[in-house]
Structure formats: C-alpha cells, structure tokens
Ligand binder design. Structure first.
Ligand SMILES: OC[C@H]1O[C@](O)(CO)[C@@H](O)[C@@H]1O
Length: 757
C-alpha cells in the first residue's frame, strides 16, 4: 500500500485522509469514500479546510475534494496548515486588507482632524495586518506542498503504470477468472486516482497563483503600513511643534504682561494726549461766552450794515459757530485713517499741530479782524484738527502701549478730553476769560496744546507697529521699541507684532470701502460703531451742553447752576482717573456694562426728578444728584472705552480705516445731539431724557451680547475672536491663538495634500 503511505507523507502524516487515506484503508472503497475520508480522518480541522478550499478553488471542484481530503487528513501537518490557511486566509486577507486599509485611511483623516486618535485601536489593526503578513510565510509552505504533490503524482504515475502494465496483460487462464476482474477494478480505480491527482495538481497550481496575488497584496499592505507609520510620525512631529509654539507664545505673553511704564512711554503718551485735550477744550470753550459772542456778532453786523440784528439771528449765527466745529470734526475724523497710513501716527499728529495753530490763531484774531466769518473758519479748522486728533491719538496710544497697560493708557484719551473740558469751563467763567474782552483769548488759547505738541512730539518715536507692519522698516521699529520700553529686550514685542502681521496677511492695508464690504471685519466694525453711538447717544452732551439750563429748570439759582456744572467737570476728571487702573483689571466689557447700566438708572431718576420738582421743592436736589450719578457712570465706561476699543478690535491693516469710520460716527452723533436736544426738550419737556433711557437699555443689551473682552489680549488674539464665520468665539486670555502658520521650524511647508488624502 505504497499509495497510502505516500499520500500520508504528502498530507503531513494526516492519517491517510482523502485521496491518500482511502487508498490506505481499502482499495475498493477509494473512489466512493475519497471525499468523505478526509472528513473522517481529520475532523478537527476539516471544517476549516473544506470550506476554505471551496472558496479558493471554486473553479476546480475536484480540487475542493482533494484539498478537503488532504486537509482533513493532516490535522497537524504542514500540508494541511498550508492548505487551510492559504485558501482560507487568502480570501479573508484580501477582504480584510481592503477593510483595514480603509480603516487606516479614515483614522488617518480623523487623526489629522482631532489630533486625538485612539492610538490603541490603530496599533490593534496594525498588529492584525502584521499577523496576516506573517501568515504569508505559509505561502512558502504551500509551495513546498505543491512540489510534494507533484513528486507524489509522479510517483503514483510510475507505480500506476507498473500496476497497469501488469494488469493489462494477464494470463489467458486467469482472463475470465476472479483475479482478472480484480485487476481490472484495480486498474480502473488507479486511473481514477491518477485523474484526481492530475486535477489536484492543477488545483494546487491555481491555488499558488492566487497565493502569489495575496502575497502581492501583502506587500502593498506593508507599503501602506509604512506610509501610515511615516504620516503618524509627521503628525507627532507637528504636534510637538505646535505645543512648542504655544509654550513660546505663552511665555512671550507673560513677559509682555510684565512690562511697565517707562519715562519715554509716559512722555510720548503725554505729548499725544494733548490732541485729545485740544478736543475737550474746544468742545467746552464756546459754551461759557455764549452771550459775549452773540454780542460781538451783533456789533459786527451793525458796524458793517449799519442796521440792527435781532437776537434770534445772532443766536442762529452763534449756533452755527458751535456746530461748524462738529462738521470740521467729521471731516478730520474721517481723513484720520488716510493721514495715519501716509504720514504715520506721530507724523500725522505733528502735521495736525499746524492745523491746530492755524485754527486757534483765526479764532483768537476774530475780534482783530472784526469778522464773525473768521470765527466760523477758525472753528471749522479747529474742528478738523480735533477730528484728526480723535482718530490719530487713540490709535497711536493703543499701538505703543504695552499689553498690560493698554486699557489704562487708553483711558488717558478720555482723561485728556475731560481735562480739556474742565479747563475750558474754569477759564470761561466771568472772573477769568468769560468777558467781552476775554473771549477771543479764551478761544485762541487752543494754540497752546498745538504748540506744545509741536515741541514735544518730534522727540517721540513713531509707532513701532506702523514702522514694522505698515512700512516694513524693521530697524526703525526696533529703535522705536527700544526707546519706548527702555530696554534692548524687545523680541517679545517684535514677535507679537509679527504674529499680528501674520494674522492679518490677507488685509495688509485696506480701504474704507473694503472694510465696509468685508464679511470678516463686519462684526468688529458694527461693534465699534455701536460703541461710539453708545457714548454719544447716551445723552452725555445733553448734560454737558445744557447742564446749566437743566439745573435752572430743576430749580437751582443761575450762579449756583454754573458752579454745579464746573463741579460736574471735576467729578468727571476724577472718575476717569479712578477707572484707569480698572480697565486692565475689571476689563473693558464689564466696565462698559456697569457704565451703561448706571447711566440707564440715573436717566430714569433725572426724568422722575424733572417730573416731580414742580410738586416737591427739594426734588431739585434729586435732579442734581441724578445728573452727577449719570456723569459718574459715563466716566466708568462709555467715556473712555469707545475710543480705545476701536483701535483694539482691528489689526494694523484695517485699523486706520476702522478708526476713520468709528470717529466719523462719533462726531455725527455728537452733532445730532447738539442740534437735536433743544427741539427734543421743547417737544418732550420733562420727558426729554426718556429717549436716552431707551437707547441706553438697547446699548446695554448689545454690549452684553456682542462685545468681546479685549483686556490683556494681543491684537492677534483679538483678531482670532472674530475668525470663525465672523462670529464671536471666546478664547482664554492665557492661551495663544489658533492662527499659527503651519510651517515647520526649518520652514518646510507641510504637505497638506498628503494629510488631506
Ligand atoms: O466727557 C464728555 C465728553 O466726552 C466726549 O464724549 C468725548 O469722549 C464728548 O463728546 C463729551 O463732550
């Protein structure tokens, strides 16, 4: 029974399953039991083998039987193992390969997205793949199996030929005997076996070609795995780089937050704030000498036309002198952005000093020229000067201020305005310059801040941000910074400016039209505009321009009312001083909310007091207290914050254009209140303050919902607040922004396509 022993060897000593096993048991049964023999011989593994062989060799049914038999017979032998794994895993591997590769691709994508891929899952799949790769070594096993089967086949053929040659020529005596029949049956059985062996060989060949394909797939998987590994490493590298950047930027910010006030910084702030003082002074200077100016207008008219001018006409011309200032202011404020871009912040202020000197001279020489037209021109020119100041000074201050002092130093703008107002109120009293002779000098004194600026400004450094970002003059920017910070350690500032520059790269310098049309800048622009409106439409100038008459309406004597008005100026200056340190502690948004809220409550009290003063005498004191409260809360937030927040909400590129628009709105609203309050008073009488209460409530809600906190945030961070679809996204002040340019330290741009695929 050599057949069985040889098949036993081929099948890995599998106990003669299938082809081999049956032959070994009993030649008679070989054909019929060939299929099931393997099943019986190798029960433990046969399930596996038969199903797998079917799947792999579907085109060769005999092979399926043969393989099945062989596999079943060799429960522990290499032939079985190879047969089972190759045919079975071969297909499974192909499927799994696709599946796992997809899994990897998607994980790779999600890893890029979240940077938080589940690493253990990834390694599980990898392990599976690697195991599968290992299993490919069994392919070699199969190859050796095939050789063995070929050998076996050759052996069998030889032996069969021997048997047949013996069987086909039997002795005549036995020809019809039992032996002859036995020989014939054996011969038939053997040729069947031979046929099966041929088929088995063919089937093995086809298995081998499939195995080769699987092997190719394996190589492809391995390459994919290597790529995945490489990408993983790159992602890791990138993650580390981003972490490093975050850390650096956090440290940089901490150092920026430690900066203090230096001599040169204070000097520069002082020199520039004279511009805002000029604005405050000219806002208030015209109020006190109203009667004197009207008298002058009448005299000039009579001199010129030898006829009398009635009081109403003189009043109208006086109002014109008041309001033409605001028209000049609108023009100046609006052109502030262009001037700031062309001549710089300091450069623009220096040029503006000449405008101020011109305007002040004309006003001061009005009487000398005996012409009220000169007064009008003077007021218009000083208006242009003040408009430019309101645009340039807050921009300059916010650009040179260290991060941690930006709020406090921004308050300097309003401190200067209120100081200017107070000075004009004090100098305007009859005892000083509020006389027929004194008023031209009172108006002409506006020359002082302009001349002082002309003297002080040349020593001041230009805004380093303007030099570095707008002009790209790095050396000059460094020089300016060294002077302002009084140190050579200016890298943090330079880095912070560079970050701002990077963050705004698409908007280097933008025009007003581009600003208005840009969807990303719309939200900060709306906020800036509403903040300016909240300052002017709060009704503060109704109090300032008409406080004396308001107090008289509330029942105070005229001379008392005038001094209470000055008292308001004093309170205003002091309260602005008090809020200075709060700006960088409590924050702009919070203070603005407190301010508007307080003003709302006191505006209601003003209305109540006006309503019941007529009934209860002492209620006039409630009016005074309410107006004082109103002013105090104005100083808490709405006085200072609108000036600084516009400069803060925009980066270097759009900042000048944004300042122009916001300042223009401020002047227009200021003008509207100045012009509209008297008719409003006539129309609403004791309810005059009610419209302001309503507006204050609206501004409070807007601030609560829309205005971000800018305290201790770099310009780059503030920019990031508005990045997501133009909507407000709060980020922690301590964190850096997400606007990190994806360029590795060695300036190797990331292959983003690779990560995207
Ligand atoms: O302090 C009051 C003054 O402040 C301003 O609002 C400017 O900030 C002026 O319009 C107003 O007269």
């Amino acid at each position: 029974m050599k057949v069985s022993s040889s098949s036993g060897r081929v099948c890995g000593g599998g106990g003669g399953g299938g082809v081999c096993g049956n032959g070994g048991e009993d030649g008679n049964d070989t054909g019929s039991r060939g299929d099931s023999g393997g099943g019986g011989g190798g029960a433990p593994n046969n399930n596996n083998s038969s199903s797998s062989s079917t799947s792999t060799c579907t085109s060769s049914p005999p092979c399926s039987e043969g393989c099945g038999g062989g596999g079943g017979g060799g429960s522990g032998g290499s032939g079985l193992v190879a047969g089972v794994l190759v045919s079975d895993q071969g297909e499974v591997i192909s499927d799994r390969y696709v599946g796992v590769a997809r899994q990897f691709a998607s994980r790779q994508a999600s890893e890029r997205g979240s940077n938080k891929a589940d690493q253990s899952d990834g390694s599980d799949d990898e392990t599976t793949l690697r195991q599968m790769l290992v299993s490919s070594y069994m392919v070699d096993g199969l190859r050796s199996l095939q050789h063995q089967v070929t050998d076996m086949s050759a052996n069998l053929t030889t032996r069969l030929d021997e048997l047949q040659s013996r069987g086909v020529s039997p002795s005549p005596a036995a020809y019809y005997g039992t032996e002859h029949r036995g020989h014939m049956e054996t011969s038939v059985a053997l040729s069947e076996i031979r046929t099966q062996l041929h088929e088995l060989t063919r089937s093995l060949e086809s298995c081998q070609s499939e195995v080769t394909e699987v092997k190719r797939d394996m190589v492809a998987i391995k390459n994919e795995l290597d790529t995945v590994q490489q990408v993983k490493e790159e992602i890791e590298e990138l993650r580390e780089y981003v972490d490093r950047l975050e850390l650096q930027s956090h440290r940089r910010k901490l150092r920026l937050l430690e900066q203090g006030l230096t001599f040169f910084l204070s000097y520069t702030i002082l020199a520039s704030m004279l511009g805002m003082l000029q604005f405050g002074y000219n806002t208030g200077v015209i109020n006190a000498p109203e009667g004197n100016i009207e008298k002058f207008i009448k005299d000039v008219f009579e001199d010129r036309y030898k006829e009398n001018m009635d009081h109403a006409q003189a009043e109208l011309l006086y109002s014109f002198a008041v309001s033409i200032f605001a028209i000049g202011g609108m023009l100046g404020g609006f052109s502030g952005g262009i001037i700031a871009n062309r001549f710089g912040r300091k450069g623009g202020l220096l040029l503006n000093s000449f405008v101020g000197i011109g305007g002040a001279c004309l006003m001061g020489l009005t009487k000398y020229f005996n012409s009220y037209e000169v007064l009008f021109i003077g007021r218009f020119i000083i208006g242009v000067n003040c408009g430019l100041n309101t645009s340039l000074v807050p921009m300059y201050i916010s650009e040179i201020a260290p991060l941690n002092l930006r709020g406090g130093l921004g308050t300097v703008n309003q401190l200067a305005v209120t100081t200017g107002l107070l000075i004009s109120q004090i100098l305007g009293i009859e005892q000083i310059l509020g006389t027929d002779e004194g008023w031209p000098l009172l108006l002409g004194l506006a020359i002082c801040p302009a001349i002082l600026q002309l003297i002080l400004l040349p020593v001041c450094p230009e805004s380093p941000r303007y030099l570095l970002i707008t002009k790209q003059w790095e050396e000059e920017a460094r020089k300016a910074l060294r002077r302002l910070r009084a140190t050579n350690q200016i890298e943090e500032d330079i880095e912070e400016m560079r970050a701002e520059e990077r963050a705004q790269q698409s908007e280097a310098t933008i025009s007003m039209m581009e600003l208005v049309c840009s969807p990303t800048l719309r939200q900060p622009l709306i906020i800036s505009v509403v903040m300016q409106l909240s300052q002017q439409l709060s009704g503060i100038n109704a109090v300032f321009y008409y406080s004396t008459s308001l107090f008289i309406t509330a029942g105070l004597a005229e001379n008392v009312a005038k001094f209470v008005t000055i008292g308001i100026g004093v309170i205003m200056v002091n309260m602005t001083l008090v809020t200075m340190p709060l700006m960088d502690k409590t924050g702009r948004r919070t203070l603005h909310l407190y301010g508007l809220g307080g003003m709302f409550i006191f505006s209601i009290f003003i209305t109540i007091s006006l309503l019941i003063t007529e009934m209860i005498d002492w209620m006039s004191y409630l009016a005074v207290v309410s107006i004082l409260g109103f002013v105090v809360f104005f100083a808490v937030g709405p006085g200072s914050i609108p000036w600084m927040i516009t400069a803060e909400l925009f980066s270097q590129g759009p900042r000048p254009a944004a300042m122009s628009i916001a300042v223009l709105i401020n002047w227009v609203a200021n003008f509207a209140v100045g012009i509209g309050f008297q008719p409003l008073k006539t129309a609403l009488d004791n309810y005059t303050f009610l419209p302001f209460s309503v507006l204050l409530a609206i501004f409070w809600i807007f601030t609560y919902k829309k205005v971000p906190e800018t305290k201790n945030k770099t310009f780059e961070e503030i920019l990031a607040l508005f990045r997501q679809n133009g909507s407000l996204v709060e980020i922690e002040a301590s964190k850096t922004t997400s606007t990190i340019t994806l360029v590795k330290p060695e300036d190797t741009p990331l292959d983003t396509d690779k990560y995207a695929s």
